[in-house]
Design a protein around this ligand. Sequence first.
Ligand code: HEC
Ligand code: HEC
Length: 375
Amino acid sequence: MKTEKIWDLPTRLFHWTFAASFMTAFAASTREWFLDYHVMAGALVLAGASFRFLWGFSGNRNARFSGFVRGWAEIKSFLTGFIRLNPAKYPGHNPAVGLAVIVMLALAAVLGATGVIVYSGEEMRGPLAGFFSFETAETAGLIHSVAAWSFLALAGVHIAAALLHDVIWKEGLIRSMLTGRKKVESMEDAAVAERPILKKTAFVLFAFVAASAAMLVATGQQASGHAGALVEGNGGFKPLEKNIAYEEECGSCHNAFSPTLLPARSWEKVMAGLAEHFGDDASLPDETSSEIRAWLLASSAERALSEPSKKILSSIGEGAPLRITETAYWKEKHVDIGEEVYSRKSVTSRTNCAACHPGSPWGSFEDRDISVPKV
Ligand code: HEC
Ligand code: HEC
């Protein structure tokens, strides 16, 4: 037995970055508030996978796919030995880990692609906001979580197996991923072709993917700041435009509800019934009324690119509610808020959306912007 340098530094750095960024992304997926962290960590997973893919053709001998990707027959014979607690020893990755590496890289690619679709089509953020339909994004979201759980399961098996190798067979696998060195019986000295350009490209690709994600998060924040909901206009989606008449007339008794939260058929009903409007007479001169009506219809939920709009639409089916606060979606989102909160001096009513959602006039109800007044 002699101690040999098995893993080059980039492979080791990749290994731990990949593990840490996946775990961070997974942990940050539990709360919508952590979305930015989730996206950043997820991007590092993708950046790492892109790097590792190229490194698989340019790294040292053990880092190359040719050094550890094996056919099914060899994987099976290794697993048979493993189950009998007498696995064959390999200086680098054994055939089972070889398979796991390929599956994890593939899962990372699936996670990255579906993640971008969810970010643009469901969260309506980033430079591609609205490029994918909400329905496509929901399907992508499903695939995203199946891929994430599969990745987690595979990582679990991988960690358990590595512990077995180290605790029972004392192979020093985990230490070798830190120091790069491992005791091996023999290691043939097969030379591999140097590929300096591919090596450099691997690093550039890593930086590029990571930087793109940083940009995605930055522009996502702009879109979710007070730019608010995007609405279908001539030739694409535009930020919801304000309407002075609406704010002055409809914002005089209550806050100006975001038009993006009810369908056009609801707004038509509201505007047709202003003379008897929730116990008030809110009638308007014809001209003002038709201007406001046109604007409400042009900015209604069907035409808006925002997650709440889509969810409200699907929660009401064919209905045409007069109240946002009567939709199943709204009720479900506010189920934890007690009457006492609505009666606080700075809130006064559940219809005072802006008290807790400062971005509401722009159609922005982002979780991270919510602040419930204490008094
Ligand atoms: C004279 C006062 C007044 C004016 C003007 C007024 N409203 Fe209202 N509106 C009310 C009252 C009162 C309610 C019930 C509020 C409550 O339950 O807290 C209400 C409720 C609503 C609701 C339902 C809110 C919910 O989700 O529970 C909508 C939508 C609405 N108004 C739209 C409009 C529009 C559009 C205009 C302008 C054309 C307008 N309102 C002008 C008094 C007014
Ligand atoms: C007393 C504070 C308060 C008031 C008033 C209030 N909300 Fe909310 N709203 C919240 C809180 C808190 C959440 C987050 C619930 C959660 O995610 O668990 C929320 C969530 C939402 C969401 C979902 C956001 C998302 O992306 O998950 C929408 C949309 C929304 N509110 C719209 C409204 C509208 C429209 C009104 C007015 C008719 C309103 N809210 C009034 C506190 C309030």
